[in-house]
Write a new protein. Structure first.
Length: 200
């Protein structure tokens, strides 16, 4: 409850957010925060762990109906994953900019962070494990159409995530706008060549 209330405040204020602001947002007394967390730094570290963790987005992927067509399922997955990456970037970026995450020190996801925090010992393959968890979540969405795919659901899911993560990069000035979720799915499922006799 404290972390959920803190996340949007951390995204807005970075490390300058106060525990009194967090308590008001959570509808609790400030002293209650310190029954669960040692200090504000521990709250901020918990926010980073929540932002970079995959549990929330995996639950969202699991709610996508397998009765929908494959392109609809993957479009919904792309939107959920994009929202997850945006939130992660906003929270981590705000804390980095405000000095909570400092270069050269381990953070909750194995990235730069503060020395001596509980996340500093994150295994170096944590990012790969997160990717595999996301891939497996997408595989479940593709599995009902396994027989219709030229590649295995695992390979299709890997290609999907690769396209999606590339789309998230900020384009250079004057560059083409990134693919929309619908365009990304169309390229993934149907390629980029027009069908003979068609303008699509």
């Amino acid at each position: 409850m404290v972390v959920a209330a803190a996340l949007p405040l951390v995204a807005e204020y970075g490390a300058a957010v106060t525990t009194s602001q967090i308590a008001r947002a959570a509808g609790i007394g400030e002293a209650t925060i310190f029954r669960a967390f040692k200090d504000k730094d521990e709250v901020l570290d918990a926010c980073v762990a929540e932002a970079v963790g995959t549990d929330h987005v995996l639950r969202e992927l699991a709610t996508i109906s397998l009765d929908e067509p494959l392109d609809v399922r993957l479009t919904e997955a792309a939107e959920a994953l994009h929202a997850h990456m945006e939130r992660m970037g906003t929270v981590v970026g705000a804390l980095h900019a405000s000095g909570h995450l400092r270069p050269g020190r381990g953070g909750p996801d194995g990235r730069e962070g503060r020395e001596g925090q509980h996340g500093a010992g994150t295994p170096p393959d944590a990012r790969a494990q997160s990717f595999l968890a996301l891939r497996d979540g997408v595989v479940e969405l593709i599995e009902p159409d396994r027989d219709a795919c030229r590649l295995s659901p695992e390979k299709v899911a890997t290609a999907f995530l690769g396209l999606l993560f590339t789309r998230l990069h900020t384009p250079a000035p004057g560059a083409e706008a990134p693919l929309s979720p619908e365009e990304l799915i169309a390229v993934l499922l149907h390629g980029s060549l027009k069908h003979p006799g068609s303008d699509r």
